[in-house]
Design a protein around this ligand. Structure first.
Ligand code: NAP
Length: 301
């Protein structure tokens, strides 16, 4: 699998993007790097450019950082002092087949991509990326629990809320460390799967009852689920770790009032394992770019 003949612009980002650059160079893609001027490392086969020097007409793909752009259309980068504009005017210069890749989208990008009519991929919405990312996320959850408790995970009573891509890995990880894990879900097939995994299932509607005997509560449900009335039933020493995307699913105001420690922990893969997190993106991206290249070759473009 090679990407010879493909021209890709990588615009901005953090350490994770370095893994993408490495991988795409290895696969022989032609790279234009924007927003990497402060990076001492020189990549053979990649050219560092300013955004106004990019040959958009020639591009096959544009790779934005995990967070895409700001809401006013700027791309952040840790390797340059400058914020980089990413505009409709630039996109309209590209060939029709040019695809834009981002981690997550926002209103600005949604509107821009709709107006420009180019193919658009949000990597973090993909199941494969979410499942791979659940591994560093679960390790990060272990780190936070260790940092904020004075007892072992082994033997502790843990409630994991949600059996999605993150919840399943978190539940398995804590169980493997010897915790007594119960998992709250609402779908009967999830409750069946939890039982099959050798863990204790409970319906999320019974959360108030189920938290009365726990030491740790790990939420992965991106809705307000750990409400004041749930927190009121927890033992005072319970640690709440909320992994759901901001603002999380916990009533943090009430937790603080009641003296229950509650921690919102977003973006753990980039914190605990930026290299692995970068490799996850790089591997999936290179497969998508390759499939795109093959498709165009098939179409004789
Ligand atoms: P997911 O696969 O969609 O799982 C979410 C789970 O929540 C699903 O099983 C869903 O169950 C359940 N759920 C949703 N609404 C519910 C409700 N009202 N009551 C009961 N259950 C409900 O998502 P994921 O990939 O696991 O990600 C979970 C969250 O973690 C997201 O917010 C994601 O952004 C975040 N995340 C955080 C990190 C980090 O570092 N902290 C890393 C990656 C992802 P149903 O199937 O019944 O709807």
């Amino acid at each position: 699998m090679m990407l010879t003949g493909m021209h890709v612009a990588i615009i901005g980002g953090d350490a994770r993007q370095l893994e993408v650059i490495r991988k795409l160079i290895e696969l022989d893609a032609k790279l234009s790097l924007v927003g990497f001027d402060q990076l001492a490392h020189h990549f053979m086969g990649a050219t560092k450019l300013r955004i106004d020097e990019v040959d958009f007409v020639d591009l096959d793909a544009i790779i934005l950082p995990v967070h895409g752009t700001t809401l006013d259309g700027k791309v952040n980068t840790v390797f340059s002092h400058e914020q980089i504009p990413f505009t409709e005017e630039m996109l309209l210069k590209t060939a029709k087949h040019c695809t834009v890749y981002t981690g997550i989208s926002n209103r600005y990008l949604d509107d821009l991509m709709k107006a420009a009519g180019r193919k658009y991929v949000q990597l973090f919405e993909r199941d494969d990326v979410a499942i791979y990312n659940s591994i560093p996320t679960a390790e990060g959850a272990v780190m936070i629990v260790i940092q904020h408790t004075d007892f072992t995970i082994h033997g502790s009573r843990v409630a994991v809320l949600g059996l999605g891509r993150i919840g399943m890995t978190v539940a398995r990880t804590f169980a493997a460390l010897g915790a007594k894990v119960k998992v709250g879900a609402r779908r009967s097939e999830h409750l069946a799967r939890i039982m099959e995994m050798g863990l204790v299932p409970f319906h999320i509607n019974d959360l108030e009852k189920e938290v009365q005997d726990i030491d740790i509560c790990i939420n992965t449900i991106p809705h307000l689920i750990v409400t004041a009335s749930v927190i009121a039933k927890m033992p005072a020493h319970t640690l709440i770790v909320d992994l759901a995307s901001k603002p999380g699913g916990t009533d943090f105001r009430y937790a603080e009032k009641r003296g229950v420690k509650a921690i919102l922990a977003p973006g753990l893969p980039g914190v605990v394992a930026p290299k692995t997190a970068g490799q996850i993106i790089a591997n999936v991206l290179s497969q998508l770019l390759y499939a795109d290249l093959q498709k165009r070759k098939g179409n004789g473009q």
